[in-house]
Design a protein around this ligand. Structure first.
Ligand code: CP
Length: 376
């Protein structure tokens, strides 16, 4: 496995295996403390982070490896105008594996072209966040014992929330998944997920505007923050920022075994009174992030079989056969369309061609290869 840019770069079997390894690590962490000795992880964070960067670093240190990197673009030569491509090419000379976060959507697809070592997308703008997805899948698996047959309610900023986009892509691959999207009209999930995935694959979903409309039917309630940094209009952010605040009253009609998740950071969308409720699992989710990243580092470095597992039982998730094919992005046109997404990597990497792929033959829809924005 040379790169992880979006969740569906992994097969279901690979995800099952990562969950198996993470659970084995949880059983007895001490066995893994030298598993990645002498290996170096580079964490390149062009955008702020607490959990993703520190859990990656804690994961590598817990495997006996070392870490280097930067936590803000201003302390790297990006501040002098160095391109993403040159940064990655350079850091490939100093490390065995790279985790990169960038505010521009599609940046990892550009970085991949010059990465000489395994590359992990640690979040690209409002687009994807595949290692948060792995964290979320491990959390759901630990809570429910399986990934199929779940009804998931996503709440909040579903337009800019990259954790939502990635988890929708991932959960759509399991049999019996149903989605409830709870958001203000302005922050509904992007069309590309509805049109290219949910509608064409006949996956059940509905869009509502209040938590109360859906609380009784969901197995997992996935809260998200309204993403201030993605809004071009600050007035719109101020109007929408307090759209949802989950408190114990709103949870009164939930299923007793509801799992409440949040990728964090939270601002005020979950009242602190919920934190000690047995349904609240967002800090368990934080800890799971370290274990699944340990598993991912081992797998991407080809070290996953170095430690004998205590429990050799394999997980075999029940899949939706309609959603197993990988998106075909091979039918492309170059510099015919121009991406109009102000958050796309093409807006800052001047030498990049504007490449669009044929997303739907029937409607002749083309989408940007980097950020998936539809061609005008
Ligand atoms: N969940 C997540 O990505 O958190 P950070 O922004 O703190 O890394």
């Amino acid at each position: 496995m040379k790169y992880l840019l979006e969740p569906n770069d992994l097969t279901i079997r690979e995800i099952d295996e990562l969950i198996e390894i993470a659970k084995d690590i949880i059983k007895d962490k001490s066995r893994y403390q030298e598993a990645a000795a002498h290996k170096i992880l580079a964490t390149l964070f062009f955008e702020p982070s607490t959990r993703t960067r520190l859990s990656f670093e804690a994961a590598m240190l817990s495997l006996g490896g070392s870490v280097l990197g930067f936590s803000e673009a201003s302390s790297s030569s990006a501040a002098k105008g160095e391109s993403v491509t040159d940064t990655i090419w350079t850091v490939s000379c100093y490390s065995d594996i790279i985790a990169m976060r960038h505010p521009k959507e599609g940046a990892p697809y550009v970085a991949k072209r010059r990465a000489k070592v395994p590359l992990i997308n640690a979040g690209d703008g409002g687009h994807n966040h595949p290692t948060q997805t792995l964290t979320d899948l491990l959390t759901i698996h630990r809570e429910k014992g399986r990934l199929d047959g779940q009804t998931i309610g996503f709440v909040g900023d579903l337009k800019y929330g990259r954790t939502v986009h990635s988890l929708v892509k991932a959960m759509a691959r399991y049999e019996g998944t149903k989605f409830v999207f709870i958001s203000p009209v302005e922050l509904r999930i992007p069309d590309y997920l509805k049109e290219d995935l949910l509608d064409v694959k006949n996956i059940e979903y509905k869009e509502v505007t209040t938590i109360e409309e859906a609380i009784g039917e969901v197995d997992v309630l996935y809260m998200t923050r309204i993403q201030r940094e993605r809004f071009s209009d600050p007035e719109e952010y101020l109007r929408l920022k307090d759209s949802y605040v989950l408190d114990l009253k709103k949870l009164e009609n939930s299923k007793p075994d509801l799992t409440i998740m949040h990728p964090l950071p939270r601002v005020n969308e979950i009242a602190v009174e919920v934190d000690d409720d047995p349904r609240a699992k967002y800090f368990e989710q934080v800890e799971n992030g370290k274990f699944i990243r340990m598993a991912l580092i081992l797998k991407m470095l080809g070290l996953e079989n170095k430690i004998e597992r205590l429990d050799k039982t394999e997980i075999h998730s029940v899949i939706n056969p309609n959603t197993q094919d990988k998106k075909d992005k091979s039918n492309t046109v170059v510099n015919v369309h121009k991406c109009n997404n102000p958050r796309c990597i093409t807006t800052i990497e001047q030498e990049l061609d504007h490449v669009f792929y044929l997303a739907d033959e029937e409607t002749n829809t083309y989408r940007c290869l980097y950020c998936e924005t539809k061609a005008e």
